[in-house]
Design a protein around this ligand. Structure first.
Ligand code: NAP
Length: 286
């Protein structure tokens, strides 16, 4: 049997976080504590768990986390008001609006209210556009995590055919653009794509970002392809059928402990980046 590489997200996350320790200390010495504000609207238990996990990860690294819990019936205007207050707060360096928000809220309007300088998950149209040009300070965290895993394991991207299943603004689309910027040939698939199995079979790199448990089947995967599973469904299940895809793939991310921990590490990194940037701007303004 050929060797299978299990792409261990925890090692990648630890590598990213270890490089942040000295930077956080240097900021602390200057009286600055990097701070990530997370906003949760409603009481969805999975979202509450994600927010808690992000807050705990911050604390372990000496990063402040400000958690804002809003009731399910919060209006779009009320949410935007909260975001504006966080924009104005000099002690907050990154803002993360946990998505999805309840259906009555205009999620796009809320995302757009986030100051670009604090948009550590690349959710604003300006952040997205900068990412499309390869110029973003803070590309969306999960796409950045997928690229970081490929780079950590020195998996070549240039010239490879990457097939991305999913085109959401926070995941499928930005990861497609980031792979394109790294000279992959990219096919982005979605719910109206025909002959999905045949298209996935062309992929040297397959990114699953569908939101459907065990959706990508092993028989769709080309022998020796690299499978990146961004999915995270109830019961710790990814968007690929792990057992059957493992048989075909040369390398694969598990769920859990694949893309998830690296996404959180990216969020921490972007928060530290933003705190350093804010400090530089304060010095320049003096
Ligand atoms: P989303 O907004 O629901 O988008 C899902 C995408 O999949 C859409 O583009 C949709 O196509 C496409 N799709 C749905 N059914 C399909 C089908 N039968 N065939 C082909 N494409 C199909 O989800 P998301 O926010 O991008 O999240 C995707 C997954 O990643 C979820 O499992 C989520 O939990 C996970 N996630 C993980 C992390 C992490 O840190 N690991 C972070 C964020 C998200 P249309 O555009 O045509 O509707």
């Amino acid at each position: 049997m050929t060797h299978k590489l299990i792409l261990d997200g925890k090692s990648v996350a630890d590598d990213i976080k270890s490089k942040l320790v000295d930077r956080v200390c240097a900021l602390n010495e200057k009286g600055i504590k990097p701070c990530l504000a997370t906003i949760l609207v409603g009481d969805d238990p999975s979202s509450a768990t994600y927010v808690r996990m992000k807050g705990n990860a911050c604390h372990r690294l000496g990063i402040d986390s400000k958690r804002v819990y809003l009731q399910t019936n919060t209006t779009t205007d009320e949410l935007i008001d909260v975001i504006r207050q966080l924009n104005e707060d000099p002690n907050v360096h990154g803002i993360l609006l946990q998505h999805p928000v309840p259906g009555h809220i205009d999620e796009r309007a809320a995302f757009e209210a986030i100051d670009l300088k604090k948009d550590v998950d690349g959710v604003t149209t300006s952040g997205f556009a900068q990412n499309a040009f390869g110029l973003a300070d803070y590309p969306s965290c999960t796409p950045a995590a997928i690229l970081a895993i490929l780079d950590y394991y020195q998996i070549p991207i240039e010239g490879k055919h990457a097939v991305v299943v999913g085109r959401s603004p926070i995941l499928g689309k930005p990861v497609s653009l980031m792979l394109l910027n790294r000279n992959a040939t990219v096919t982005t698939c979605h719910s109206k794509t025909k002959h999905l199995d045949q298209i996935v079979q062309l992929g040297d790199i397959v990114v699953a970002a569908v939101g459907k448990p065990k959706f990508i089947q092993g028989e769709w995967i080309k022998d020796g392809a690299v499978v990146m599973d961004a999915g995270y469904n109830p019961g710790n299940v990814g968007d690929v059928d792990y057992e059957t895809c493992l048989k075909q793939a040369s390398a694969i991310t598990p769920v859990p402990a694949g893309v998830g921990p690296v996404t959180i590490a990216m969020l921490l990194k972007h928060t530290v980046d933003a705190a350093e940037q804010a400090m530089k701007e304060r010095h320049t303004a003096k």
